[in-house]
Design a protein around this ligand. Sequence first.
Ligand code: HAM
Length: 438
Amino acid sequence: MSLRYRAVRGMRDLASEAAAELRRVEDQCIAAARAFGYEEIRLPLVESTDLFSRGIGEATDIVAKEMYVFDDRRGNSLALRPEGTAGCVRACIQQGLLHNRTQRLWYAGPMFRYERPQQGRYRQFDQFGAEIFGVGGPEADAELIQMVAAIWDGLGLRDAVRLEINALGSSASRAAYGEALVAYLAPYEDELDGDSRQRLRLNPLRILDSKVESTRRILEEAPNLADYLDASERAQFDTLRELLDSLGLLYRVNRRLVRGFDYYTHAVVEWVAEGIGSQDAVCAGGRYDGLIELFGGRPTPAAGFALGIDRVALLLREVADASAEASAACSAGALSYSAADVHVVMQDRKYMPAAMAAAQALRVRVPGLRVRMDAGGGGLSAQFRRADRSGACWAMIVGEDEIAQNRVSLKWLRANRPQVTASMDEVAAAIRESQAQD
Ligand code: HAM
C-alpha cells in the first residue's frame, strides 16, 4: 500500500507496548523526583531562538546545526526547544521563582533536534529533567546523582549503566584551558578530522569528545583540563568525589568529558549504558552557575540533569531480553508487557450491560487494576483467544448462571489454578492476594 502521509523522518509513532515502556520510565523518574522533594514545572515547547543561541552557545552543534527554527507571522524567530534547561531558567526568572529561596524543579516532555536519525537518536525524543537552583555546594551535584541512581534502582538498571564525571572549572579556567588546547593542536591542524578542524576555531573543548581514532591519538599528549583548575575548584570537585564515595555511588573521572553546551561550569556528569549501540549516553547534566545571570537574573548557582527517556526504554528492553524471568511475571510492575490485567468475557453479547457493570465494580474494588472489556464479538472460545493474546492474567466471565447468583467467575490464564465462581468482593480479594504474592 502506498501511504499518502508518513511521520516526519526521525519522529516516531509509539503505540501500546512502546508507549507503555516510555510511560514506565517517566513514571519512575517522577516518583524519584517527588521522593527528593522536586516540584513539577510545565514549560512551552517553543521559545525565542535567541534564548537557545545565547544560553547553549552559538558555536555548539545544537544551535549551529540542529535546531528547528521558524518565523511566526510577525517575523519573530522561534525555535522548537532542543533541551529543557534554557527554558526552565527563563521561566524561573520571569516568574520570580528564585527570589531568596532555593528551588528544585522537574519537567518531562518532547525535545527536538535535527540530528541524523539512528537507533536511540531521534529528531523528536522525550527527556525527563531536574534542576536545582540556589545551592552552590557539591551536595547539590551529589543529590542529583543520587536521584538518578534511585531511578536506575527503580527500573532494575543500576548494573546496566556507569557514571562518568569531570570538572570543567569556572568559565575563566575553561577559557584559559581552551587557549592552551588550541596552541597545542594548531600544529596538527591538517591531521585533525574535518569536524575537529572546524571546532578548533569555534569550540575547541569539544574536540576532546572526538571519536575519530587519528584525532584521539593526537589528543593523547594534549594539556590536561585538570591542571587549569584553581585550588578552590579542585577542592570542590574533591568534596563531590568524597560525597559520592560515602554514598556508595560508583563513578569514573573522565577528563575528556566536556559536554556540548557552553553553559556548563564545574562538575559535569554523564551516565553511559552498554548494549544499546553507539547512542549510549542515557542521562547527562552538570552545574551551570553563570546561566541565570546571562539571562538577566541575579547570580544564582544551578545544576541539573536530563535523562533520555527513549534511550532508557531501549535499555530496559535490552535488559528484559537478557533476563529469563520476564515472561513468567504477572504483576503490573513486571517487565513483560500486557494490555490489561483482567479481560472480561461474556457467555452471550446480551449480557454486555451486566459484564460492563461487573468490570466497573472490580475496578472500584482493586484500584490500579486494568480491566478491559472484550471487543470483537464471537463465542467464548474466540473471546478466550483474545484474552490470552492480551497478556492478561485473568479472565472474568459473566454468564447466565453468574447473573442469576449475583456472582462472577474468575479464570487464571497464566497459572494452573482452578476457576472460581464467587461474589465480586471475594473475586477482588483473590486478585489482590495473588498480586501481593507476585
Ligand atoms: P543532553 O546531554 O543534550 O543534555 O541530553 C540529555 C539526554 O537526552 C542524553 O543523555 C540522551 O539520553 C538524550 N538525548 C539527547 N539527544 C537525543 C536524541 N536525538 N534522541 C534521543 N535521545 C536524546 C541536555 O539536554 C541538558 N539540558 C541536560 C541538563 C539539564 N544539564 C543541566 N540540566
